[in-house]
Design a protein around this ligand. Structure first.
Ligand SMILES: NC(=O)c1ccc[n+]([C@@H]2O[C@H](COP(=O)([O-])OP(=O)(O)OC[C@H]3O[C@@H](n4cnc5c(N)ncnc54)[C@H](OP(=O)(O)O)[C@@H]3O)[C@@H](O)[C@H]2O)c1
Length: 281
């Protein structure tokens, strides 16, 4: 039986099935090639941590107990509505070292059927953003019908660019220096025909999008747990934001779980577009 959530906002407290909650948003219809709909989803602790840093190894990780079946289910419902995913070189490195699992393909039969019914390709395209271009390609992205692009800046190492081009990958130059820039990348993806773009990256890539007003919607799960720790990652990195950091709450759901299981809030915010209006559907 699917779990029930309590809708807290918009008001009118009611119970609602968690399954299908985000599929109902029909995100694949919200964007166009001229203005793709870019969305991201984060899971945070009550004290604002999305990942902890392993001081010895210098790597970051998401503690297992922060995650939940409910949150992952909703993450995949968002994944299912994308015609394009944006990941990055760091994820490909973590994947090859076995530090993270593979979330580049939809494997759930119901979600695959949902994509088929709604006219989406079997699997979304994958964009790998990287300044270093130093990552291993994952085997699931080789010999697949899933389009794979590498995005980098114009001043990226020419040898690395040449390496990937010789492997048959298209490199998108979407930044003035080595980094990708949000507006140039989204524009390029629109030209390739992508309309719903799911950012499955961390703070640096979120910053890349938000700084250039490219994020349309942020999904945020706040698990009712305090994580602590001195070395951690939070949602954003980069310079202080102005008004582009002001979001508008669209929906808030509560999942109440009996102790010792943690409850969680599922939130949805609209982001401000460059002309100062709030993007809504
Ligand atoms: N709890 C959550 O919801 C959540 C969500 C996302 C991530 N996380 C966790 O947070 C930690 C840090 O996140 P992260 O490492 O995934 O992500 P990140 O900070 O967004 O990105 C890191 C990598 O992305 C590439 N990159 C970022 N911005 C770029 C740009 N403008 N142009 C070109 N390349 C760019 C770089 O790759 P190169 O080094 O190849 O140049 C960089 O090493 C990880 O432990 C992750 O698992 C948690």
């Amino acid at each position: 039986m699917t779990k029930k959530l309590i809708r807290l906002f918009p008001p009118a407290s009611e119970q609602i099935d968690i399954k299908g909650l985000y599929l109902a948003h029909k995100i694949h219809l919200l964007g166009s090639c001229e203005s793709p709909f870019v969305y991201a989803n984060f899971l945070s602790s009550l004290d604002g941590r999305i990942a902890l840093e392993d001081a010895v190894e210098g790597s970051t990780f998401v503690p297992k107990h922060l995650t939940s079946v409910s949150d992952f289910g909703l993450f995949m419902e968002l994944h299912a509505q994308a015609d394009c995913l944006i990941t990055h070189g760091g994820y490909l490195r973590a994947l090859s070292q076995g530090h993270l699992g593979n979330i580049l393909q939809i494997k759930d039969a119901e979600l695959m059927a949902w994509r088929h019914e709604h006219g989406l390709k079997a699997q979304p395209a994958v964009i790998i953003a990287s300044a270093s271009l130093d990552f291993p390609m994952h085997e699931s992205l080789l010999n697949t019908s899933q389009p794979v692009y590498i995005a980098t800046g114009k001043n990226a190492d020419p040898e690395r660019v040449d390496y990937w081009q010789r492997q048959g990958f298209t490199v998108l130059f979407t930044g003035a220096d080595q980094l990708v820039q949000g507006a140039a990348l989204v524009h390029e993806l629109g030209k390739l025909g992508y309309r719903s773009i799911y950012l499955i990256a961390g703070p640096q890539m979120l910053d890349t999008m938000i700084q250039e007003h490219q994020l349309s919607r942020l999904y945020l799960t706040i698990t009712h747990q305090l994580l602590g720790g001195k070395d951690f990652r939070t949602l954003l990195t980069g310079s202080v934001l102005g008004q582009e950091g002001n979001l508008s709450l669209e929906a808030l759901f509560l999942e109440q779980n009996p102790a010792p299981e943690a409850g969680q809030f599922f939130m949805q915010f609209s982001a401000r577009s460059k002309n100062g209006t709030i993007d809504t559907d």
